[in-house]
Design a protein around this ligand. Sequence first.
Ligand code: ATP
Length: 234
Amino acid sequence: MLVLEEVSAAYDGVQVLHEVSLYLEHGEIVCVIGANGAGKTTILRTISGMLVPITGRIWFENARIDRLPPHMIARLGIAHVPEGRRIFDQLTVEENLRMGAFLLQSPRQVKEAFDQVYQIFPILAQRRNQRAGTLSGGEQQMLAIARGLMSNPKLLLLDEPSLGLAPKVIDMLFEVILTLNGLGKTILLVEQNASRALEIAHRAYVLEVGRITLSGPAKELQENEHVRRAYLGM
Ligand code: ATP
């Protein structure tokens, strides 16, 4: 579904990704684990078109996308749920969700998207007229993911969804990610919380200072000595 081939990226001439290659098959949950500043967010930004790679190629369903603007990439079926949620505090839950529906053409499609999202996140249906800034951290993260879903994407890019949430809330959130995957969404998850991410992912990559240093089935990485010591605190 998605292929990154030797993608390098930089900010103001400072290179932060070094020839990153990775792929996702339809229906997979793939995670990228790595320390603070390793370049995880930057990988997602190059995929969604917010950052143009300096070298390398990115394909989505056989179309080359690494020179396309973000709105065209979104139109192909990729939704990016950014780190820090970036919801609009002063707007209601429903108004935030409507923003995510900007690609949909007809009122019928918008209604279907709302119906689907409210079915997956009943708490958001209950709070639809509440201002987003008054939601709990976990609810705000649900809203950010739900907003991404409003465009009915095939691929969801999730940036650190567990950040700042209590363990119980993370449980719920990761259940939701599994549910979305069960509904056919392919998911690329980047996380500092390696132990939780490896529990739900099919495959994983380890990113260290902008380079992929390890990859394989998530179960194998959970057993890997270096991963256990460096990322799982064992
Ligand atoms: P975190 O978990 O802290 O978000 P990360 O693995 O997602 O870490 P990135 O956010 O991709 O890492 O950052 C990779 C490197 O690029 C870091 O050294 C960071 O300081 C730098 N960087 C990120 N965004 C910018 C920017 N807009 N301008 C300049 N440098 C940046």
